[in-house]
Ligand binder design. Structure first.
Ligand code: MN
Length: 191
């Protein structure tokens, strides 16, 4: 099949890589400083450097003609009352979008622009969220029991800017209040 393909990448190589790829994992330790409750974070770390999320990146070449894609799975759990989540990022090429499709579980996408607009989109199996260019995005699992699993796709040349969020944080957080997922101001926001 690959000799019939006009693409710059070998079809069999890319699809084969998807089967062989190991997941990239993020444990609690790698999220030091991301959860607002530092005491709860220390207590959780003392117990176990637990797996928070993992993702499969299919290794598509990082060029504008390609579509990078993969899956991500966020485990259920909380640090204090804040739900397990990804680090979150802007794209280095800021004006590049991304599509997320929920495969299973119950979670959502926290999004914000550099100017301070905020959007939270709850997601269940079959829901799609389109993250427009310029919006930082973080996936959050609000289920107490199930992993939150999504398929994602974005322009190959987008790049990842994790530093801005690592420094400033998101303006809003998702925490459990009175047994329900609730969006609150981030007391440690550093914008
Ligand atoms: Mn992204």
């Amino acid at each position: 099949m690959s000799d019939m393909s006009p693409t710059t990448i070998d079809f069999d190589t890319v699809t084969g890589a998807s089967e062989a790829a190991d997941p990239l994992t993020r444990t609690l330790k790698s999220l030091d400083g991301y959860f607002y409750d530092a005491d709860a974070f220390s207590a959780a770390m003392a117990e176990d450097d637990a797996l928070i999320y993992e993702y499969f990146d299919m290794g598509v070449p990082e060029t504008s003609g390609n579509v990078a894609y993969g899956t991500t799975s966020i485990k259920p759990g909380k640090v204090g009352d804040e739900y397990f989540m990804t680090k979150g990022h802007f794209h280095t090429v800021l004006d590049t979008a991304e599509v997320y499709y929920c495969l299973s579980g119950h979670g959502g996408m926290m999004m914000e622009t550099p100017e301070g607009k905020v959007e939270w989109r709850e997601m269940k199996k079959g829901d799609v969220v389109y993250v427009p260019g310029r919006w930082a995005h973080r996936s959050i699992n609000i289920s107490a029991t199930e992993p939150f699993v999504m398929f994602f796709a974005f322009p190959g040349h987008a790049g990842h800017d994790y530093g801005t969020i690592a420094t400033k944080g998101f303006r809003k957080l998702m925490v459990e209040r009175d047994g329900k997922p609730t969006m609150v101001d981030n007391p440690r926001w550093n914008g």
